[in-house]
Every structure is written in structure tokens, then in C-alpha cells.
Ligand binder design. Structure first.
Ligand code: ZN
Length: 246
């Protein structure tokens, strides 16, 4: 179910799922009822929806389009078309500490989950989907900026499993274009051709934004317990998660 999971402060957890959680995406030709059932099972495994806790009983997912739009989320609802979401921090209808649980889906792209300390003991949560276009267009720095708009300080980030710089082959021209924007992405495959190291690029962006990276995941293409689009093309999506709980 969980590839990696950690309670990063009391009542706040971050995690990345594995293939044991199954495909969590609605856009890859899978049965929507089965996807919904898997999402519900995952929410229960994370401890959401139990007891009388005030937080909504499921993760908010989004309709990801490889852009750099950051959607503010104040309650569970229809998925926004965006590649990042931020919740918490600001007062919401009397529940000043409420922060909607968030999910980002990937299969080789870089999933990033972030936690910051908000005002008056609140917590600011965020997720970002950083594929090649998102890294080049700065979706992760935009996410950090929106967290700070919500009052977040001492922001920490966890960079989940994604295709690594030794596996992600691209044309030389594309490597040059992306590396001109984010120098840390410049890489070479293990067989000697042009490549991009997207997780290295994300770590570079986070460090430049004064965010501490506390975990960086392994390679999706090299681990059969993770979904990889480059390996299988017709494949599911796993998720990066951040949530508050009892
Ligand atoms: Zn690799």
C-alpha cells in the first residue's frame, strides 16, 4: 500500500503509495468504480474519515495537465485542473487549523509533498506534479510561493519516486532547453546518451527557495513495485500524499 510513509510532526503525515495500492487515476482507461474503491481504501489506510475528526474523509485529487497552476483548496470538491494544490494556513469557516488532505498522481514524473508551519499553530499542506514541462516552468517554486502567501514558514519537502537521471533519455536539444532553465537537470543515461535528471532539478529549485528536502525517492523505472510510464506505457498512477489526522 505505502512505498514510504512518515509522520513528520504529530498529526501530520506524508506518504507515497506503491502498486499495492493499485492504480489511483481516472484518466488511464481504468474502471472508475474500481478507482474510487481504491481511493477509499487508501483513505481508510491513512486514517481519514475515522472518528469525529473534522477533516474531510478523503484526499483531494486534481486533473493534472503538465502546467504550473497552483490551486488553493479549502474543502473536498471536484478536482481542480492544476498541477499543484495548497491547503490550510488561512482560517476556513471557523476551522482555522483545517487543512484538506491532498494527493498528487505520477508514474515517472516527480511527486512533491510539502508541509509548512502556518500562523497560530496552523499547518500549510501542498502537493506538486513536476514532470519535464512542470520543472522547466517552475511549478514547484510557484507552489512554495503560494504556501508563503498562506503564511507558511519553515517549509519542508519530500520528493517522491520518479524516473532517475540515468534512465530518463531525451533528445539532446530538449536536454539543452530544460537545462538552460534548470541547470541541475543536465544528465546522461547509463548507456551514454542525453538525459534529464528531473528530481535533481526539483531539489535545486527547492533549495533555491529555501526549502529543506528531507527525502528523495528512488527510480520508478528500476522498481517494479512502482508504476512507470516509460517502462510500461499502459500503466496506472501511484500517489504522493500529505494529510492531517488524529
Ligand atoms: Zn533509473
Amino acid at each position: 500500500m505505502f512505498w514510504w510513509r512518515n509522520e513528520v510532526r504529530p498529526g501530520v503525515s506524508v506518504a507515497f503509495t506503491d502498486t499495492g495500492a493499485g492504480n489511483l487515476a481516472l484518466h488511464v482507461g481504468d474502471d472508475p468504480a474500481q478507482v474510487a474503491a481504491r481511493r477509499a481504501r487508501l483513505a481508510r489506510a491513512a486514517g481519514l474519515g475515522a472518528g469525529n475528526f473534522q477533516y474531510a474523509g478523503n484526499f483531494q485529487y486534481m486533473n493534472q495537465v503538465h502546467g504550473n497552476t497552483v490551486a488553493p483548496i479549502d474543502a473536498l470538491g471536484p478536482g481542480p485542473t492544476a498541477d499543484a494544490m495548497v491547503s490550510g494556513g488561512l482560517p476556513v469557516s471557523g476551522f482555522s487549523r483545517r487543512a484538506q488532505p491532498l494527493a498528487v498522481m505520477v508514474a515517472d514524473c516527480v511527486p512533491v509533498v510539502l508541509v509548512g508551519d502556518g500562523a497560530d499553530g496552523s499547518v500549510v499542506l501542498a502537493v506538486a506534479h513536476a514532470g519535464r514541462p512542470g520543472v522547466a516552468s517552475g511549478v514547484v517554486p510557484s507552489t512554495v510561493a503560494e504556501m508563503r502567501n498562506r503564511g507558511a514558514v519553515r517549509i519542508r519537502a519530500w520528493v517522491g519516486p520518479s524516473i532517475c537521471g540515468s534512465c530518463y533519455e531525451v533528445p539532446e536539444q530538449l536536454r539543452a532547453e530544460v537545462a538552460a532553465q534548470v541547470p541541475g537537470t543536465w544528465s546522461t543515461t547509463s548507456w551514454g546518451t542525453a538525459a534529464l535528471d528531473l528530481p535533481a532539478g526539483v531539489r535545486e529549485q527547492l533549495t533555491a527557495a529555501d526549502v529543506a528536502v528531507e527525502y528523495s525517492g528512488e527510480c520508478t523505472l528500476e522498481n517494479d513495485a512502482l508504476f512507470s510510464y516509460r517502462r510500461d506505457t499502459q500503466t496506472g498512477r501511484f500517489a504522493g500524499l500529505v494529510w492531517m489526522h488524529d
